[in-house]
Design a protein around this ligand. Structure first.
Ligand code: SF4
Length: 500
């Protein structure tokens, strides 16, 4: 494995936090009018290095990096040499280096998911703020691809901070209106942005173009006035801060509203609350709460009565609460693009949801709705952080629940993708047997809180199909239907033979 390195700066101070060694890599698909390194645009060329050589080189300067500093990959466009950057970052991270990548977002997307979790600081070069200006400046119609790159950073697993940079060219983006466009562009990554810098355009790279005999597209454009660039940088930062404040205020309001809604449904009796909590303490999730903390926890959690059909949380809700079901059943689902409801899980007594959201601080991606009247314990994030965050029992429970959900989701995908209607129906019944089945003399009794339509949504079938299939299974003697809400499984083996 080898990479092409245009040049190395052993101890730089501006390309990422602290003192850093910067590897400028060859290759870039853009052709920015102001590019200072036209000789670095070809992917091949420069010095050939292996990832091991990068680590060895970094080692020579390690004692200068201090707490903040480390290694930066810049360019060119470093993400173009995705495999090389990935391998190098992996080795560097193994050695404990702080890492930074300076990118315009036009690399090799096959490696984004591997690279991004290994990056501590991403320096994002924002070339222009609309499609036309982007094309004019870079010669590439890539503005939408750039926006997609920004929007997917979370999905690629990037957890670090972002420094945003923009080279300001007089007559192109040196206006307050442009700064407003600029800040709007950053909305999808707002929570991660740590600084916004405006770099005034200068003409010191022009001589390189002359030497290489390449026409310079900004011929005649004066360097950007540094004071004006600073003024606009301050303006952009103020706008950004105002946006953050507004978002925080909105989140705060949403949190208060959620709290108010849950409180409005709170179970009034202290005795009932105490009894519920004692039962819940038998669960692995709460078993670690020390006796002396129980009354504090009890005073902070909200024990609510939720009526069948009411929403407990919805897509996009901030990770402010996790929910533990004391009694009843809740369905977790999403609305698909074609307007169907896809149910993922049915949760019941003792199950919880949202633990992982609180741990990794990501919003809810699905909807939780009570299928029956439920009693639900809402645990606020602050309580979770104070009493549960460091508990091995809680972490174990959250992990095993997450694993269970992954398996469940895998089975669901398999069921939806590969099964025919008989297999899907049998698979669904077997799932329900596992979750709700009660052994009786007549067979395994399933008391359902779901309508036929919801059963269909759970299994990827239409209501008519699931009704027809259940009818067929009844005729075959596999099940008995008692009204609309009870199924008695008479022949488990027969159902299993469809699935396994
Ligand atoms: S992205 Fe950077 S390296 Fe690529 S053309 Fe633009 S300025 Fe040059």
């Amino acid at each position: 494995m080898q990479g092409f390195v245009h040049s190395i700066e052993s101890m730089g101070l501006v390309d990422g936090p602290g003192t850093r060694t910067i590897f400028f890599l060859q290759g870039c698909p853009l052709r920015c009018a102001f590019c200072h390194n036209p000789d670095a645009l070809k992917k091949a060329g420069g010095r050939i290095m292996t990832p091991e050589a990068i680590v060895e080189f970094a080692g020579r300067y390690r004692s200068y990096y201090g707490e903040e500093g480390g290694i930066t990959f810049s360019g060119g466009e470093p993400l173009l040499q995705g495999k090389f950057v990935y391998r190098s970052l992996k080795l560097l991270k193994r050695e404990g280096y702080n890492t930074c990548v300076d990118t315009s977002g036009f690399g090799d997307p096959r490696y984004y998911q591997k690279i991004m979790p290994l990056v501590d600081t991403l320096i994002l070069d924002v070339k222009a703020f609309d499609r036309e200006a982007f094309r004019e400046l870079t010669t590439i119609d890539g503005f939408q691809a750039y926006l997609d790159f920004l929007a997917k950073l979370d999905l690629y697993g990037f957890k670090g901070q972002i420094w945003v940079r923009h080279v300001m060219v007089p007559g192109l983006t040196d206006s307050e209106e442009s700064m407003e466009q600029f800040i709007r562009l950053l909305e999808p990554i707002r929570a991660k942005v740590d600084r916004i810098e405006i770099l005034p355009y200068h003409t010191s790279g022009v001589s390189k173009y002359r030497e290489l005999g390449i026409p310079y597209r900004l011929e005649g454009v004066e360097p950007m006035d540094k004071e004006r660039a600073k003024e606009l940088e301050i303006y952009a930062n103020k706008l950004f801060a105002a946006g953050l404040r507004e978002e925080r205020a909105q989140n705060g309001k949403a949190r208060e509203e959620k709290y108010r809604q849950l409180k409005a449904k709170e179970i009034a009796s202290d005795a009932e609350k105490a009894e519920m909590f004692q039962v819940l303490r038998g669960l692995p999730l709460l078993s670690d709460v020390p006796e002396e903390d129980v009354s504090h926890v009890l005073s902070e959690v909200i024990l609510s009565s939720i009526k069948a059909g009411e929403l407990v949380f919805k897509t996009g809700d901030a990770p402010d609460f996790m929910y533990l079901i004391y009694k009843g059943q809740m369905k977790i689902f999403v609305n698909t693009m074609d307007g169907e409801e896809q149910i993922f899980y049915i949760y019941r007594d003792g199950d919880f949801v949202g633990g992982l959201n609180l741990l990794v601080e990501t919003p809810y991606r699905y909807i939780g709705q009570a299928l029956t009247d439920c009693k639900v314990v809402a645990i606020p994030k602050a309580t979770f952080d104070k009493y549960f965050y460091n508990s091995p029992a809680v972490l174990r429970s959250v992990l095993s629940k997450s694993f269970e959900r992954i398996r469940w989701a895998e089975e669901l995908i398999q069921r939806l993708a590969t099964s025919n209607a008989s297999m899907k129906t049998a698979g669904l019944l077997l799932k329900l047997v596992k979750r709700l089945g009660v052994e009786t003399e007549e067979g395994i009794r399933l008391e359902l809180s779901m309508s036929r339509e919801e059963l269909g949504n759970y299994s990827g079938l239409r209501r008519e199909t699931i009704t027809r299939k259940l009818g067929e299974f009844r005729e075959l003697g596999y099940i008995e239907l008692v009204g609309n809400r009870v199924i008695i499984v008479k022949d488990l083996e027969a159902l299993e033979s469809y699935v396994y």
